[in-house]
Write a protein that binds this ligand. Structure first.
Ligand code: G4P
Length: 525
């Protein structure tokens, strides 16, 4: 099969949601439909349980398990579908942001009763930065929830999206009877038979007289009115607008009850994009180009402390990747050959001979890779779009065992390459500050430094509000800023200048006073 045919079959996407909205349940149901797993419960073991928030050992263990399910691939209707797993735990949000750089589209799961939650907002924002096509799945329709119109309004205003409902609920809460699927023009009935909820799909047009036989006169009238209203108020779905990120189709269902999931998957398989061109600093790289290129979006440490092996996850951007072939590691400027690259089919890991755009391959790594690294057939390309975001927590890191200084620095260096946290070095005195998204990472770092590198560390508070990457069009103003704010200036691992603002107020004041300086909350701009 030609490269173009192969890549056109690929659908690589991520499922995102606020914890508890039903991401794991939906993933599992999609895998069941795809035949990648045989029973429910297989994905659950991968989930970082909310009860384990303070038990980081448990989380590390679960992260170990999750390496096998980082990518879940299956075939459906002639398409090779790859779901990239994103950690649900918000302390690992940075991992999720990075994984989103490797997807071609996303499904956002929203709880019908809770609507838009904090994490939904953040993640959708990241998708919008890149115009990633989004499908919204409103979940838990079997429960009492918000009115569908209100919910759509809320999604549009809080997430800044334009929505186009492709299915619509019939009734709500105890009156809930099912959904009308506009995409396929059929009615999905949600029935209870012998105390079991079952789904019954009926091909029916809204104008058919028999509609009221299925859902009753009143509900049929209401459904017709509501669908008419939807058609007036929301844009008619068109694929081009979805693909450019302008309009997001919406589906309603219940993942737990397997209700509306197949409809979602059918539509997804039909409309979701195949691998897209990707921007490198040098040029736009097209997936159908002959020459292989790819980038590392995730690095996973192995659990065995005696072997510091890691797996670097590479998304193939263009061309065909082949085993035992020399590829250039662009940052290091050296050639590397991979004898045991792996792919992932649900929980099975297997050796791969070749891979195509959209595929994710796991490369065993002994410390050569850093997140964002590019592999090519020789061309110097650096893929953009893997920014670091401002951490939420900041602490000084101190060496607690002077005999192990080398180990400590090596450990910190490698953990930062993996993207566990961010390291800043203060301009004024060279002290090291670790910035993280969640407080949990400090425990993880301390534990891993000790067990994997034999080094010990302690922390001290560093009261910072946000890290802002500095860009200035005016050298004089920049010099003045540097002089005044010297105590709060640091360098990140790429030697970029960062302002560690101590409060929202101080950031605001600086923005007002230094109007030629831009304060970015992410490292790429
Ligand atoms: P997450 O990955 O987004 O964090 O959510 P997850 O799928 O784990 O779902 C969170 C909870 O919501 C689970 O219940 C799950 O069973 C439930 N759930 C998911 N989809 C539906 C749905 O369509 N309807 C209803 N009523 N519930 C749903 P839990 O009690 O927290 O976990 P468990 O004991 O069921 O595993």
């Amino acid at each position: 099969m030609t490269l173009v045919k192969e890549l056109k079959k690929r659908r690589t996407f991520g499922i995102i949601s606020h914890p508890d909205a039903g991401k794991t349940t939906l993933t599992e149901k999609l895998l069941l439909f795809g035949g990648a797993i045989q029973e429910a419960g297989a994905v659950k073991s991968n989930k970082i349980k909310k009860t384990a928030t303070s038990d980081f050992m448990e989380i590390e263990k679960q992260r170990g398990i999750s390496v096998a399910t980082s990518v879940m691939g299956f075939e459906y209707k002639g398409k090779n579908i790859n779901i990239l797993d994103t950690p649900g735990h918000q302390d690992f949000a940075e991992d999720t942001y990075r994984t989103l750089t490797a997807v071609d589209s996303v499904i956002v799961v929203v709880d019908v009763a809770k609507g838009v939650e904090a994490q939904t907002e953040k993640l959708v924002q990241v998708c919008r930065m890149r115009d990633t096509p989004i499908i919204v799945f409103i979940n838990k329709l079997d429960r009492e929830g918000k009115d569908a119109f209100d919910l759509i309004d809320e999604l549009e205003s809080k997430l800044n999206l334009t929505l186009s409902p492709l299915s619509w609920p019939v009734g709500m809460g105890i009156d809930f009877q099912g959904v009308y699927n506009k995409w396929e023009n059929n009615l999905l009935l949600y029935k209870e038979v012998s105390k079991q909820k079952v789904t019954d799909s009926i091909n029916i047009n809204l104008d058919d007289d028999s509609l009221s036989q299925h859902i009753g006169e009143k509900a049929a009238k209401q459904l017709r009115e509501e669908i008419e209203l939807i058609q007036e108020v929301y844009p008619t779905f068109n694929r081009a607008d979805y693909l450019s990120g302008k309009v997001c189709p919406v589906f309603f269902g219940s993942a737990l009850n397997n209700f509306g999931v197949k409809e979602l998957l059918d539509c997804f398989a039909e409309i979701a994009p195949h691998p897209q061109p990707k921007k490198a600093e040098e040029r736009l790289v097209q997936p159908e180009e002959d020459k292989f290129s790819g980038f590392v979006f995730k690095i996973h440490a192995n659990m065995d402390p005696n072997h510091r092996n890691r797996i670097a996850f590479v998304k193939v951007v263009s061309g065909k990747f082949q085993r035992n072939t020399n590829y250039m590691h662009v940052r290091m400027g050296k050639n590397l050959k991979f004898s045991s690259p792996t792919t992932f089919m649900a929980s099975k890991k297997s050796l791969v001979e070749d891979a195509f755009p959209g595929d994710i391959i796991g490369l065993p790594d002994s410390g050569n890779f850093r997140i964002g690294d590019t592999l090519t057939e020789g061309e110097k390309l650096n893929f953009k779009g893997i920014p670091s975001f401002s951490p939420e927590h900041f602490r000084f890191i101190n060496n607690a065992d002077p005999m192990k200084t080398k180990q400590l620095f090596k450990g910190i260096d490698q953990l930062m390459d993996e993207g566990v946290a961010q390291l800043f070095t203060l301009e004024s005195n060279g002290r090291k500050i670790i910035g993280t998204v969640g407080a949990l990472q400090y425990e993880v770092i301390q534990y891993r430094l000790e067990h994997e590198y034999g080094a010990k560390c302690t922390y001290e508070p560093f009261p910072a509000y946000k890290a802002c990457w500095i860009e200035s069009k005016d050298d004089q103003q920049l010099e003045e800023f540097k002089r005044l704010k010297n105590r709060y200036l640091a360098r990140d691992k790429f030697d970029q200048l960062v302002f560690l603002a101590d409060s929202q107020f101080s950031l605001q004041m600086s923005q007002e006073k230094f109007d030629k300086i831009t304060f970015h909350l992410k490292s790429e701009f």
